[in-house]
Write a protein that binds this ligand. Structure first.
Ligand code: NDP
Length: 286
């Protein structure tokens, strides 16, 4: 059977762990909007098994993969070519397997975050001072889109400051404007910022909010975590943030961008947000 028989049909999300992923529900809901018939499954992959799994999926006719923790860097190394966002971040969350056998890697996290902040929450980042907490894969994916959205300051604060320094060094070579980017340790965080984005996984690793409560007062706070894990969102809200949201919108928007890359169709994300919130509010889900 040739791979071509399955073209435009089989998709999956790959991660470890993967049980918590909502990507299948989201992509199947998008597909239903257009009457597209697709298969979208979750794949748990061993920590050293990403490349072999992706190769086997493509060989069996798979058309595209979404990639989540901890494989985004593995995916970047795996693909034959990638878009500018993925190249800048060194991280791929969407792979397109092409009919000629090649693979293209993209990173839709940045577009997802920016679309959610700007269009769903109506926040204009022009001239804003932004504090980005974390320097892992998710943070790396959003640095360039944040810089390109006209922020006055982008401070990257991380538990291990060397990782924040490395991110800043990398993006300073591609972003011409000087004095916008800075790297901080968690003990160097300023007393105020207009926008605070949590891109750490402290709520998954059993840590606590790496900030003093006074920093979030009056700020727009965005937690990339969502659902039960959105501890920063709830904490910021309890500590007088101006506005505090979780990362469900980013999740749906990055998926919509992946859908666009795979199918050249723009789904209605608002309808899927509503469906997803209802699903997550059900007692058996989180
Ligand atoms: P990584 O493992 O690549 O990075 C984790 C980051 O969190 C590092 O900066 C790490 O710091 C920091 N960290 C972990 N534990 C603590 C702690 N106890 N205190 C302070 N800092 C801590 O993960 P990702 O970047 O891929 O993901 C980060 C979060 O973003 C996850 O919760 C993920 O679910 C979420 N996410 C949401 C998306 C969405 O669409 N809504 C998309 C992508 C990610 P250090 O370097 O010092 O270890």
């Amino acid at each position: 059977m040739t791979g071509g028989m399955y073209l435009e049909k089989r998709y999956a999300v790959v991660g470890n762990p993967i049980a918590q992923s909502r990507s299948p529900e989201i992509h199947l809901a998008f597909a239903a909007q257009f009457g597209d018939v697709i298969e979208y499954t979750k794949h748990l992959v061993t920590l050293d098994g990403f490349g072999a799994h992706a190769q086997a999926f493509a060989a069996a006719g798979g058309c595209g993969l979404n990639v989540t923790v901890p494989f985004k860097t593995h995916a970047f190394k795996f693909v034959d070519e990638c878009d500018d966002a993925a190249a800048a971040a060194g991280s791929v969350n969407t792979i397109l397997f092409q009919p000629d056998g090649g693979s293209r890697g993209c990173n839709t996290d940045g577009v997802g975050l920016l679309n959610d902040i700007k269009y769903r929450h109506g926040v204009d980042l022009t001239g804003a001072s932004v504090l980005l907490l974390g320097a892992g894969g998710a943070a790396a994916g959003v640095v360039l889109p944040l810089l390109n959205s006209g922020v006055a300051q982008l401070m990257i604060a991380n538990r291990s400051k060397d990782k924040a320094l490395a991110l800043v060094a990398k993006f300073e070579t591609i972003f011409a404007q000087k004095g916008v980017l800075s790297a901080l340790g968690l003990d160097e965080i300023p007393s105020k910022a207009d926008v605070i984005i949590n891109a750490t996984s402290f709520s998954l690793t059993g840590g606590s909010v790496p900030l003093k409560p006074s920093v979030v007062q009056g700020a727009f706070c965005y937690d990339m975590s969502y659902g039960k894990s959105a501890e920063f969102c709830r904490w910021a809200s309890a500590n007088a943030a101006k506005y505090s949201v979780d990362g469900l919108g980013m999740l749906v928007e990055q998926a919509a961008e992946a859908y666009w890359l795979w199918h050249a169709k723009r789904p209605n994300t608002e309808a899927v947000m509503t469906q997803l919130k209802r699903l997550m509010a059900a007692p058996e889900h989180g």
